[in-house]
Design a protein around this ligand. Structure first.
Ligand code: G4P
Length: 533
């Protein structure tokens, strides 16, 4: 019988971060193949299609070739349970990605070998750094002309302030790409360009990496480049140190080609060897700071994402709950720190193939909790209802728009629709103190387009997003509630509340915010809101 601690210890929960087009989708599919979760290439896409047919609001997603909704893929590989958290690739959904990363214990950073670090990689990396999430680097597309490997690693070191330690070293790239040296095993893994059958992941032939064997098997110029590169790498770069990796200071590097099924087994092996088991989580219990350990027996977890209307006919919501401790059993009753109770009869496990009913789950696992809107992003659930994990912040939106429904009789319906979409946490809904405007905030323009589509498809309403009288929103707080109340009274025309009735300052521009701040030093104007503990 395995104990709760043993079960937790065999979980590996990770996310893949990358700039669009670096190869995240291709790599995901190949990792699932390598892990035995799916059988043939193309099945992730097929599964995606099935999901899209189920919820056709994802039309916009299909049209634009972006993945808006995050999902979780679970697979078991050599006695470890991997939970791969999918993150949206488009930068307008970066907040969603941020939250998903709060549920990951490790990240794989995919770089395009010809491009190195790109803007979105940098942003996502910063999120990982905030939470000290250890990162494995996968340098993809080695089958295309690449930058010098040493230059790529230099860039990671320079721009991310992260020590790099290659576990493999590539022999040339593009047409001349010949394979990689497995530095720990001192073997050379050959890249074969076979027409016809796609190569099996992890089946690439291995030969000795001694000078004579390499010389006999490689082009002279490739051999020269390889030995020179390896000399530099082993001379200049630090040896892999698992503690430095787990602390978020060093990244092991794997080179490959996701499209050609090369290097993926090596990446999975790297995760298997080094990715951390579910981390301890900081929390509060009755106002006291505590640490929740993955092996603790009482069940606890936090909601990092809400998906509304997965099934448009049922107005259901699925809250994605990352478990932090205990053995969750189907039918269990959990409570939020705010006192709400939920009987979880039909939890969902997101196995690679499809959604399935979960019987048990442990720290590191993610379960989908169907509910009718009781749960919010950042909520903590536990058996006692006394545990609250450190907050998942809300970010002030970059864009504000006034929402209007074409048929004025339907204004109430629109408010309901916007409220339930805002509950997902991707967009925000503000209510000015004066008037009945509905002000919607989002990170990017694309979110308004997605919202219009969804409001039409899921609620049958024709919504227009027009310029709002405000462009900036800031949450307001003060140590002295009276001062805050007085400020709100004086500033009725420039204030309102968010979905949770928290006071916000609504301003024309950043200058106004600065001015108000200067005049009211006792009031805090914040661009992020942590859910109250
Ligand atoms: P993303 O999710 O990060 O946005 O990237 P995705 O996997 O969709 O890959 C982006 C493009 O890069 C795709 O080409 C994909 O085939 C290609 N790609 C991914 N990995 C490799 C690799 O290792 N080598 C090479 N040469 N290409 C790779 P596309 O033309 O945009 O799409 P498709 O028509 O091939 O699907």
């Amino acid at each position: 019988m395995s104990t709760i601690a043993d079960e937790a210890a065999r979980r590996r929960t990770f996310a893949i971060i990358s700039h669009p087009d670096a190869g995240k989708t291709t790599l995901t599919e190949n990792l699932l193949l390598a892990g035995g979760a799916i059988r043939a290439a193309g099945e992730v896409a097929a599964r995606g299609e099935a999901r899209r047919t189920r919820s056709d609001w994802m039309k916009i997603e299909r049209d634009r070739g972006i993945s808006v909704s995050a999902s979780v893929m679970t697979f078991e590989f050599e006695n470890l349970v991997f939970n791969l958290l999918d993150t949206p690739g488009h930068e307008d959904f970066s907040e969603d990605t941020y939250r998903t990363l709060t549920a990951a214990d490790c990240a794989v950073m995919v770089l395009d070998a010809a491009k190195g670090i790109e803007p979105q990689t940098l942003k996502l990396f910063e999120v990982c750094r905030l939470r000290d999430i250890p990162i494995v680097t996968f340098i993809n597309k080695m089958d295309r002309e690449a930058l010098e490997p040493i230059a790529l690693l230099d860039e990671v070191q320079e721009r991310l302030q992260l020590d790099t330690s290659p576990l493999y070293w590539p022999a040339a790239s593009g047409q001349r790409f010949a394979g990689v040296v497995d530095l720990a095993q001192n073997q050379f893994i050959q890249f074969e360009r076979r027409p016809g059958e796609p190569p099996k992941i992890g089946a690439a032939p291995r030969i000795g990496a001694d000078e004579a064997t390499l010389k006999a098997n490689l082009d002279e110029s490739v051999f020269g480049e390889l030995t020179e590169g390896m000399e530099m790498a082993t001379g200049l770069l630090p040896e892999f140190d698992v503690e430095a990796f787990r602390g978020g200071h060093m990244t092991p590097v794997v080179f490959g080609s996701a499209l050609r099924h090369f290097g993926v087994a090596e990446l999975l092996r790297t995760l298997q060897l080094y990715a951390p088991a579910p981390r301890d989580q900081k929390a509060e219990r009755k106002g006291e700071a505590i640490t929740v350990h993955a092996g603790d027996s009482a069940v606890s977890g936090f909601v990092f994402k809400i998906q509304a209307n997965m099934d448009p006919n049922h107005r259901d919501r699925v809250a994605f709950l990352r478990l932090c401790s205990g053995e969750f059993r189907r039918g269990m009753r959990l409570k939020t720190a705010g006192g709400k109770q939920l009987n979880i009869h039909n939890p969902l496990m997101f196995l690679a193939q499809d959604r399935e009913i979960a019987e048990t789950a442990y720290a590191g696992d993610v379960i989908g909790v169907p509910n009718h809107g009781q749960l919010r992003v950042g909520d903590s659930l536990s058996e006692s209802g006394e545990i609250q994990f450190a907050g998942i912040p809300n970010f002030a939106p970059e864009l504000l728009r006034r929402a209007r429904v074409k048929d004025p009789m339907k204004a109430k319906h629109l408010r309901k629709a916007l409220e339930s979409l805002a509950e997902e946490g991707v967009t925000q809904l503000f209510k000015p103190s004066i008037g009945s405007d509905m002000i919607v905030g989002a990170v990017g323009q694309l979110q308004f387009e997605v919202m219009s589509e969804r409001v039409a498809a899921e609620y049958g309403l024709d919504v227009v997003f027009e310029p709002a009288p405000y462009n900036v929103a800031r949450w307001l707080s003060s140590d002295d509630p009276k001062l805050l109340e007085a400020f709100l009274d004086r500033n009725k025309a420039a204030s309102g509340t968010d979905l949770d009735e928290a006071p916000v300052y609504l301003a024309k521009n950043a200058w106004d915010v600065g001015y108000a701040q200067e005049k009211n030093p006792d009031i805090r104007f914040t661009a992020t809101k942590e859910r109250a503990l």
